[in-house]
Design a binder for this molecule. Structure first.
Ligand code: FCB
Length: 456
């Protein structure tokens, strides 16, 4: 048995737009994902989040599922457009009431709420005014953080400001794969900065509103490995790690933006006039506001092969990708999680780390016996939990693990094609069926550990 620390926080994670549905009720404003999904060609299966898992109405059932799994915590996000339909100013009480009731019921079920403020659903009206590249959007976010931490702060202690600033900036404003769909690198860089500044400011605001608050940010971190020992592959790896991981970690931990990445952006013409002129005095100090934990989303690693020299001139590959891939085409590589955690602990000493997301997409459906035998997810979960136990064994201060996700849900630009849930959702009937992985997770939580004999 691999035992976890006694107060380890076992949970699952979701986000508002991916599960709630009910996008036009009770005064909710439009979000950039409503607009994006309604734009032809943006979502693979032409779907949107207007129904999703009907969690807005079925949440009591979903809490029951979590209670059945014995979970200690639930990470969910708040839809900003439900709270402030105009982005700022007038508060929509119906929106606040929804989350307030959810929080009360979670606490009643012995499940601690873990709130993410921004999981990608910006009010469309703020996008119309320029969106995340604008400092004013960051200020509106701080206002929203203030409203929510006042409303729930008597009951919610743990807060995540932003989920995955890399995705918000690069996918949303750089390559246009996500809402709002811009393809402009200078906008992406300005976005990443305004996200970080608004993070720092809201850490201060949440702390002042919530007694004993624990506040942090969630990054999607992907460790890179060069495909060979060649200098070219090493540089490809530096480049990847710089843009994906260090661009966020370094300023958050007080080291400013990594200069090698800035130089690459200048060379590539991504920074007009070669100057990061969105940085104002005091910003770097604000970004480095100390946090209480770091949230880490881990799905896979990246193996980097240089494209600067022809393949035949490069050194032979020494690192090969595991052929086991999920439906996202992401390599299954649990060792990368241990490596990442050990690296974060020694390099940044971030205090407690929570895995705020980890999971996999496999399309396994219902069997004739009425169950969902998602053996690949069972393996993925086991091996990644072992990777967590290994990291703890190597001295990492890992305080909790949140499986992505409670339910199959709207997987952004993929629509409903990709199923990440521990619980299967039949979208025609909205019936929920715990998959075998949910049964395994339930056992793990009950034992506070993983039975390694079974893991073979
Ligand atoms: C992460 C997102 C989450 C989900 C998973 C699969 O990047 O935070 O909403 O889509 O990927």
């Amino acid at each position: 048995m691999r035992q976890f620390p006694p107060d380890f926080l076992w949970g699952v994670a979701t986000s508002a737009y991916q599960i709630e549905g009910a996008t036009t009720v009770d005064g909710r404003g439009e979000s950039i994902w409503d607009r994006f999904a309604a734009t032809p060609g943006k979502i693979n299966d032409k779907s949107d989040g207007s129904v999703a898992c009907e969690h807005y109405r079925r949440w009591p059932e979903d809490i029951e599922l979590m209670r059945w799994m014995g979970l200690k915590s639930y990470r969910f996000s708040i839809a900003w457009p439900r709270i402030l339909p105009a982005g700022r100013g007038q508060v929509n009480t119906a929106g606040v009431d929804f989350y307030s009731k959810l929080v009360d019921s979670l606490l009643g079920a012995g499940i601690e709420p873990f709130v993410t403020l921004y999981h990608w659903d910006l009010p469309q009206v703020l996008e119309d005014q320029g969106g995340w590249p604008m400092r004013s959007t960051g200020d509106a976010f701080v206002e929203y953080a203030d409203v929510m931490s006042r409303a729930l702060g008597d009951r919610v202690k743990r807060w995540i400001t932003h989920n995955e600033p890399w995705c918000i900036s690069v996918l949303g404003y750089g390559n246009g794969e996500h809402a709002p769909g811009h393809k402009d690198w200078s906008k992406a860089l300005a976005t990443s900065h305004q996200l970080l500044v608004s993070h720092g400011k809201s850490v201060q605001v949440i702390r002042s509103n919530v007694k004993n608050a624990e506040v942090g940010i969630t990054l999607n971190l992907t460790p890179g490995e060069p495909a060979s020992p060649s200098p070219e592959d090493a540089d490809a790896c530096r480049d990847f790690d710089g843009g994906f991981n260090r661009w966020f970690l370094e300023p958050l931990y007080g080291r400013g933006y990594p200069m090698d990445v800035v130089e690459d952006h200048v060379k590539a013409g991504r920074i007009p006039n070669g100057k990061l002129d969105f940085i104002q005095e005091g910003d770097l100090k604000t970004i480095a506001e100390p946090t209480d934990f770091l949230g880490v989303n881990y799905y896979s690693r990246a193996v980097l092969r240089s494209n600067r020299i022809p393949e035949e001139k490069n050194a032979p590959r020494t690192v090969f990708v595991n052929p086991a891939k999920t439906d996202m085409d992401w390599e299954v590589y649990p060792k990368g999680l241990t490596k990442l955690l050990v690296h974060l602990e020694s390099e940044y000493k971030p205090g407690p780390i929570y895995i705020t997301e980890n999971g996999c997409a496999y399309s396994t459906g219902l069997s004739a016996d009425g169950r969902v035998h998602d053996t690949q997810r069972v393996d993925y979960l086991r091996t990644h939990l072992e990777a967590c136990a290994d990291a703890i064994g190597q001295g990492v201060n890992l305080a909790g693990y949140f499986a992505w996700s409670l339910l199959d849900n709207f997987e952004w630009a993929y629509g409903y094609e990709k199923r990440f849930g521990l619980v299967y959702v039949d979208y025609a009937t909205q019936q929920r069926t715990p998959k075998d992985s949910a049964h395994l997770y339930r056992d793990v939580v009950a034992q506070n550990g993983l039975d390694v004999e079974q893991a073979a």
